[in-house]
Design a protein around this ligand. Structure first.
Ligand code: GLU
Ligand code: MG
Length: 637
């Protein structure tokens, strides 16, 4: 989730008073980083994945499964290993928002050779195993995006109760005790986001209407004016930040390449969100959306009524369109500039200060825009900093802008270069799927750079796609804005021909973009669009790769192709199917304790390879059990 500063959190009132201070010094700190590191070059591709897990506890006799609030215990053992042997561990473990979550990454980043794709899955497997060894027999670490009965009565182990009238969350459903207790950052964010907003966060997801679905969904709307009767209402940060994802970080060779990657991966965010959709059930109800995105967005929406445009501006400066967790608002590369078609808010003085320090328009605008957000987490020990050396104030704002992409400057005094983070993907049940997605995205970055592809579309269209991507069955049924001619003269001739022919044959006014299904984008459309996988294949055909790695990569690509074409299901569709076909399901959109138990037991058996599930995974050629995890150079990708 981001930066963990040690220390004593300030109250919201104290934090609020220091908003300008953090803004001023945060921007100074960025300027200093930039001045020192803008010319840094010669870094090589390094990359890594991050997977978040939910700890659960099964009660076979009662047919119940709860989230297990033992992350603190488990992490203390995992972190002890790292402490004792910081360079030798093959995995790194970090806390996440909830007391039932943990986050794992490879111990060292992967590098540019294709052979690294052959150890990604094994490392994921090893990580899972490492956690499993610390759990009791009835516990399990599941890589599921959302716990289906989060916020239902008695959803935790040990049992806890929500406290609507006191504490920090003050939710009708989500107890403070389910927030990670091992570090004050998380609870502090809960309180400050609620206090800044001036009321509970409010998430209303449309319910999936089955034949016997009850509307109003529950009585929330009688108690809370923000609750919509025909929606699943959620009122706590935990509903969003208690969800899990799969993220990727890339190191670029220099700042320009990082800016290109940041931009080029942006139009892929909604496509990858649709392809990885895995969270149709929230608070015990089947909803009409397949993804976590808007849930998290709403769960950390700290905008005041003025900023949300509910009340006229008086105390605040801006009406802000989005939450701090949302899709990015502007491209950063030269090529991207003309596609920045949504207004970008920032304080003029901040922008000017950045410009006067030699930062170009696009980057100045990006940084100034991040800084329209106030700090929502400040520690007393960190108030006064040396802007030449420290970067905490910059990181404070950067790490609480949770966007689809993140542009990351090198940490000072490190061997790490300019990086970008790819953040939209939902986490999948199996290591196989997660590894396939990771390898696919990394390969895409190679193809984009080698063939100098241009995937850019107006950024407003990326926003439209983000919303469509979350709809029920979007991966099969929705069409997404996509660039029709993505090739340049260094791209493969067949791909070039395909795009050019399609462009010439159309007489539309705006010929740049069209609407395509995920299948067309990934697999291509005869005579119209080359498809991302065929482009990857063409790239791979020119590469030297050992037979075993080749086989692994082909297996992953086949999986992505089948997911895109609908031959195999998205996790979200599979979960819907499981629930609605369960004998105890009453066609009322309710996921009961019993259904939840059977669902998560099946998830466990699939991830453990006890049960095969061709519906979800296709037919795998072989099982990957390689042990040799690569030995790379850096610690923190
Ligand atoms: N769990 C969040 C998500 O699902 C991401 C938190 C983080 O930034 O690590 O998007
Ligand atoms: Mg995380």
């Amino acid at each position: 989730m981001g930066l963990l500063t040690e220390g004593t959190p300030l109250t919201w009132e104290e934090t609020k008073k220091l908003a300008e201070h953090v803004r001023e010094h945060g921007i100074n700190q960025f300027i200093n980083i930039y001045k020192k590191l803008r010319d840094r070059k010669g870094d090589v591709l390094k990359w890594g994945d991050e997977i978040e897990y939910i700890l659960v506890k099964f009660n076979k006799g009662a047919k119940e499964v709860k989230v297990s609030l033992r992350a603190v215990d488990i992490l203390s053992v995992l972190n002890e290993k790292e402490y004792n042997d910081p360079n030798g561990v093959k995995s790194l473990w970090r806390p996440e928002f909830a007391a039932y979550m943990i986050e794992g990454t490879p111990g060292k980043p992967y590098e540019g050779t294709l052979a690294h794709f052959n150890v990604v899955e094994a490392n994921m497997k090893m990580r899972r195993q490492e956690v499993m060894e610390l759990l009791t027999q009835d516990e399990c670490a599941l890589s599921i995006t959302a716990f289906p009965r989060l916020g239902c009565e008695n959803f935790t182990d040990p049992p806890t109760v929500p406290t609507p009238n006191e504490g920090n969350t003050r939710s009708l459903f989500f107890p403070d005790a389910a927030v990670f207790p091992g570090h004050p950052r998380f609870m502090n964010l809960v309180r400050n986001i609620r206090e800044r907003r001036g009321e509970h966060v409010a998430i209303n997801l449309p319910i999936f209407r089955d034949t016997d679905t009850k509307i109003p969904v529950d009585d929330s709307y009688k108690i809370r004016k923000a609750a919509k009767p025909d929606c699943v209402y959620m009122d706590a940060m935990g509903f969003g930040m208690g969800c899990c994802c799969l993220q990727l970080t890339f190191q670029a060779c220099n700042i320009e390449e990082a800016r290109i990657l940041y931009d080029q991966l942006t139009p892929l965010c909604p496509i990858m969100l649709a392809l990885t959709a895995a969270s149709p059930v929230h608070r015990g109800f089947i909803t009409d959306v397949d993804c976590r995105w808007n849930v998290i967005s709403g769960s950390v929406d700290c905008r005041t009524e003025e900023e949300r445009g509910v009340k006229p501006l008086k105390e605040n400066k801006f009406v802000i369109k989005k939450s701090r967790y949302d899709s990015i608002d502007s491209y950063l590369s030269e090529q991207g500039e003309i596609y920045n078609d949504i207004p970008i808010l920032y304080n003029k003085e901040d922008y000017e200060k950045l410009r006067n320090s030699g930062i170009d328009d696009l980057l100045a605008q990006h940084i100034a825009h991040l800084f329209i957000r106030d700090t929502v987490s400040l520690f007393s020990e960190k108030i006064n900093q040396n802007d030449e050396e420290d970067t905490d104030h910059f990181e404070n704002i950067q790490s609480t802008n949770w966007q689809t992409m993140r542009f990351k400057p090198p940490p000072p005094h490190s061997t790490i270069g300019w990086r970008v983070e790819f953040r939209p993907c939902e986490v999948q049940i199996t290591d196989f799927e997660n590894a396939a997605i990771v390898c696919f995205v990394v390969l895409l970055t190679r193809v984009i750079l080698s063939y100098q592809l241009n995937l850019l579309i107006p950024i407003s269209k990326v926003d439209d796609n983000m919303q469509n991507a979350q709809l029920r069955n979007a991966c099969r049924e929705q069409r997404f804005w996509f660039r029709k001619d993505i090739t340049t003269d260094v791209s493969p001739p067949e791909a070039n021909r395909c795009c050019k022919e399609a462009m010439a044959s159309e007489f539309k006014e705006c010929n740049l973009i069209g609407q395509m299904t995920v299948n067309e984008i990934i697999n291509g459309k005869q005579g119209e669009f080359p498809g991302l996988i065929p482009l990857i294949q063409s790239y791979l055909s020119g590469m030297d790769v050992d037979a075993d790695t080749h086989c692994t990569i082909q297996q992953y690509l086949k999986f992505i192709q089948q997911r895109a074409s609908g031959e195999i299901l998205t996790t979200a569709t599979w979960i819907r199917k499981f629930v609605t076909e369960h004998p105890a399901y009453k066609h009322d959109s309710v996921v009961s304790e019993e259904i939840n138990y059977d669902l998560l037991e099946t998830v466990r058996d699939i991830q453990e390879d006890i049960k095969s599930c061709p519906d979800l995974l296709g037919f795998r050629i072989m099982s990957k059990t390689k042990e040799n995890v690569p030995h790379a150079l850096e610690n923190d990708v």
